[in-house]
Design a binder for this molecule. Structure first.
Ligand code: ARG
Length: 477
């Protein structure tokens, strides 16, 4: 395989002549040939390139531009080339610039003059736009499967932790008790939106540019709807100039990928905090961690840390594509060749990160007792005491003031509100009676009381999990 690490020393006029040599009087400079080539990275979608060519040839035969025998030769030749590539027996040549010309040149080598007819009524401009869409469509489908696996993992862990109580935070300060199941369902919701976004993006990916040719369309009596049907496209593009130059679909994908990474990064950040010696809320099994070469005690949450770090490159990939497109006049410009690496990088990074999360989430082990103890610290049921007073007729602002004073006493005595005596509490309001402990101050009372759709009570979390399973079925139907 010829790659960038093994550049050709020269490109003979003979080598270029097959593709565009007619107009040229000297060979492409060897450095320029390598500099302008994309085969090093676009060979990744050889399968889609071949599928697109087979559909194109099939259509050309249907409309009488190719004979059936020519079509059959082309299809057989391309299928053999696909096998050669898959067996590692294909020589990728930098001098042939890209995946398209490598495959076409090999086809002509194999089947002779008929190979030279494949490109009738087509340009690499509509060919590459079609290939990337086919490729991205497949990748989106794989990423959706990973998302589904992760979402199911979250539901599984949430099911086991419907009753697990932990502190909920605002400003990273203890706020109110929540259930761990509820927290996991918050992550689940982020990922559901990610799924919706990808599915929506896929609709616009799934339009066929082929037939736009270089920019204006083609003089042959092509049947675009037929080619689209062969390739599983939902529709054909409406405007040839737009179709060869549009990369919105890749930008949309990268934006969706950036959001996925942002979500995974937030989850990672929480896992990193929770696995620290200061929190100890959760244990990540050893197989997802590494140690330190100097500190024998260390067990580092490398997977979440790395994913938090990798989010940066995917954000960068999005900005690369936006910047790539912003100055381009219609229609195709060579700039567009730079669309591939940021797109591939985003795809690879999201895939890897989702795979790691999908494996890791079901393996997490919560430290239920430690979470509970943490929820008992920080006066997490103070709002509940205020609500208790409101239900006895106190205006909320006054209740807030009363509880504030009770908390101040708790701070001074180093006691939680539930550890103060009834007499102590009654100093602040004689409306406080013995039922305050069961009705307001215990962790269970606090979470159970938030008993409405979207609330943290175990009953609601259980119902939310049941709905989530149905939603997943609908989402991935
Ligand atoms: N390798 C090129 C790309 O990735 C294919 C299209 C080339 N078209 C052209 N007019 N030079 O964009």
């Amino acid at each position: 395989m010829t790659t960038s690490s093994n550049p050709p020393n020269s490109v003979t006029p003979d080598q270029t002549s097959g593709m565009w040599g007619g107009r040229f009087s000297e060979a492409t400079d060897a450095f320029v040939a390598e500099f302008t080539a994309s085969v090093q990275f676009d060979q990744r979608f050889y399968k889609q390139d071949i599928a697109g060519s087979i559909a194109h040839a099939t259509m050309l035969a249907k409309v009488g531009v190719l004979t059936e025998a020519e079509r059959d030769d082309i299809i057989e030749g391309l299928s053999t080339i696909r096998s050669e590539i898959e067996a590692g027996n294909f020589e990728w040549r930098i001098d042939l610039e890209d995946v398209h010309m490598n495959i076409e040149s090999r086809l002509t080598q194999r089947i002779g003059i008929t190979g030279k007819k494949l490109h009738t009524g087509r340009s690499r401009n509509d060919q590459v736009a079609t290939d990337i869409r086919l490729y991205l469509r497949d990748e989106i489908d794989d990423i959706l499967k990973l998302l589904e696996r992760l979402q199911k993992g979250l539901l599984g862990l949430a099911t086991k932790n419907v009753n697990t109580i932990m502190p909920g935070f605002t400003h990273l300060q203890t706020a109110q008790p929540v259930t761990f199941g509820h927290h996991l369902l918050a992550w689940f919701e982020m990922l559901v939106r990610d799924t919706e976004r990808l599915q929506d993006c896929r609709k616009r990916v799934n339009r066929m540019p082929l037939g736009s040719a270089a920019l204006a369309g083609t003089t042959y009596p092509i049947d675009r709807a037929y080619t689209a049907e062969l390739l599983g496209f939902e529709a054909v593009s409406e405007n040839s100039l737009d179709a060869v130059s549009d990369r919105d679909f890749a930008i949309e994908f990268n934006a969706a990928a950036a959001l996925i990474m942002m979500h995974l990064s937030r989850m990672s950040e929480e896992l990193i905090l929770w696995t620290s010696a200061q929190f100890k809320f959760v244990n990540i099994p050893d197989r997802f961690c590494t140690g330190s070469s100097i500190m024998p005690q260390k067990k580092n949450p490398d997977v979440p840390e790395l994913i938090r770090g990798k989010s940066g490159r995917v954000f960068g990939d999005l900005i690369s594509l936006l910047t790539l497109m912003k100055g381009q006049p219609l229609a195709y410009n060579k700039d567009n060749q730079e669309d591939k690496e940021p797109l591939f990088d985003a795809i690879d990074t999201v895939r890897g990160s989702l795979m790691a999360f999908a494996d890791m989430i079901p393996a997490l082990v919560p430290n239920i007792e430690i979470m509970r103890e943490a929820a008992l610290r920080g006066f997490s049921t103070a709002t509940d005491l205020a609500d208790y007073l409101v239900k006895k007729g106190v205006a909320f602002r006054d209740a807030h003031e009363i509880v504030g004073k009770a908390v101040a006493l708790g701070v001074a005595e180093e006691k939680d509100l539930s550890e103060l005596t009834l007499e102590q509490l009654q100093q602040f309001s004689d409306l406080i009676t013995a039922d305050v402990f069961d009705k307001a101050l215990t962790l269970e009372a606090s979470v159970n009381a938030r008993d409405h759709i979207g609330g943290t009570s175990p009953k609601q979390v259980e119902a939310a999990i049941a709905r989530a399973h149905t939603r997943l079925e609908q989402l991935y139907a």
